[in-house]
Design a binder for this molecule. Structure first.
Ligand code: G3I
Length: 445
């Protein structure tokens, strides 16, 4: 499948529903996020008249604000008085349909394209992931050495949120006491800012990315805690205004037992190290979103229970805004209902859900030595299922769906499991796989 699909305009009898969303956080003047205007609208093509579109304003955070529709046929702005509108086109052409919300700090506008061709309105087929929806960010795990050439072209076309796969972890950014190295982190942040992409910070505290000097810290427990507070404060403050969300603690819970891991952080700072680290991050920047991130929290019920217990404790202190479910899955497992369970627990708490590290193994049983068409189709179906589950989340609880690597040859999974696999959305030659189509299909119905 080539990256750039040819637009073939044909009459679409089915209701083509496209949801568009951009996000503007308004502050209350005191630098604190007061309200978030989350504009979005749904566009359908009338089944009665192929030249008529119906639009429904599905924005949140815009109560009491004035909104307008713009259909770009030379007519005036049309005030949105009922939350919906219809518009019938005439002449053939390509038109932007826009929703404009008059926010306290200026207008917030989002648009989509419709094409009138041969007497019918169509919405052009979507080729790029980030164009398939704006109700959540489409994320990619990146490395500073892979921001050029074909990587650069695809990152810009498909994604609007970046996570450092390993270069924003403590072992990279704080290699020796008192000596920081932000070279790679800055490169990723600068690339994201230059290309209007959000950056998700991953991850401040993780037992698998502890520099040796921290693991073998020779000072007192109090000095250790002060060092961790200084580290979190230094990193979060450095990226204030560019990184607006962080995985503060990653994978603090043991598999199966649901017990708290015995990391150096727990040993030196006590069982309440988690709350302490979230407090350090909240103190450093009250405007960023703080996430807890872990794996297997869809089906490992003990782990999920402990996770939500930790989350509830953090919520009681106002220290958490979202949950990251990593989604390192395969074509057979976990089930849709297991995935839905972590979504339900997160949404019921009013938190944001991040599917933070999606990859979908096609060879968990190590029974194939190359990617077969059958397994590629099963992967497309699983990706479509996961994206449909994510897209069904209420807008206010959406955040991002992040894929953990671009090309199959760049996945961490092959080294980790010691067997071949093809878990991502792009072939090694940067062409899209059926899984990429499945991602878009999930957002097109
Ligand atoms: O790029 C350097 C290379 O120049 C150097 O020669 C080589 C040997 O030192 O290291 C290479 O960097 C490695 C990097 O992956 C890129 O391949 C690091 O050593 C290695 O530690 C790093 O592993 C990453 C791992 O987290 C630890 O940070 C993986 O890429 C990354 O996929 C993995 O991601 C984690 C998430 O953060 C948390 N959830 C689980 C997930 C998988 O373990």
């Amino acid at each position: 499948m080539k990256n750039l699909m040819k637009h073939s305009y044909s009459y679409i009898l089915l209701m083509a529903i496209v949801t568009f969303f951009a996000c503007q956080t308004e502050d209350d003047g005191g630098g604190n996020a007061a309200t978030t205007i989350v504009p979005s609208f749904e566009l359908t093509i009338s089944e009665q008249n192929p030249l008529t579109i119906n639009v429904v304003n599905t924005s949140t955070g815009a109560n009491g604000l004035t909104s307008f529709w713009q259909f770009r046929q030379g007519g005036p702005l049309q005030q949105d008085v009922s939350g919906s509108a219809t518009h019938t086109y005439g002449a053939s052409g390509e038109y932007q349909v826009s929703l404009i919300i008059q926010g306290p700090n200026g207008n917030v506008e989002i648009s989509d394209t419709v094409i009138v061709d041969d007497g019918v309105v169509v919405t052009p087929p979507v080729a790029n992931l980030k164009d398939a929806t704006n109700s959540f960010s489409i994320g990619m795990a990146v490395q500073a050495s892979r921001l050029t050439d074909e990587h650069d072209e695809i990152l810009k076309s498909d994604f609007n949120n970046l996570t450092a796969e390993f270069e924003m972890k403590m072992n990279i950014m704080y290699p020796s006491q008192g000596t920081y190295d932000f070279t790679a982190a800055d490169a990723i942040v600068n690339y994201g800012v230059a290309n209007d992409m959000d950056i998700h910070g991953h991850t401040l505290i993780w037992h698998n990315s502890v520099p040796d000097w921290v693991e073998n810290f020779t000072g007192t427990d109090e000095e250790f805690e002060t060092m961790i507070e200084d580290y979190i404060t230094t990193v979060v403050t450095r990226y204030s205004g560019t990184i607006r969300s962080w995985d503060v603690v990653n994978e603090a819970i043991e598999d199966n037992t649901g017990a708290l891991r015995n990391s150096v952080f727990r040993t030196r700072m006590g069982d309440d190290y988690i709350a302490k680290c979230y407090q350090f991050a909240r103190n450093a920047d009250p405007n960023i979103l703080l996430f807890y991130n872990d794996y297997n929290i869809t089906f490992d019920t003990n782990k999920q229970a402990t996770m939500f217990s930790i989350v509830d404790d953090l919520m009681a202190q106002g220290l958490i805004d979202g949950v990251g479910a990593q989604m390192h899955i395969d074509i057979y497992f976990p089930s849709a209902s297991q995935i839905q369970s972590v979504v339900n627990g997160t949404v019921s708490r009013g938190l944001k859900m991040h599917f933070s590290e999606l990859d979908v193994r096609v060879n968990p049983g190590n029974d194939i030595s190359q990617l077969t068409e059958a397994r590629a189709i099963e992967q497309r179906n699983k990706v479509r299922e996961v994206v449909e589950i994510y897209d069904a989340i209420p807008n206010q609880n959406k955040f991002a769906l992040t894929v953990w690597g671009l090309r199959d040859s760049e996945t961490w999974l092959v080294d980790f499991w010691g067997q071949p696999d093809w878990p991502l959305l792009y072939n090694n030659d940067f062409t899209t796989k059926p899984a990429h189509d499945g991602f878009i299909e999930a957002l097109s119905n």
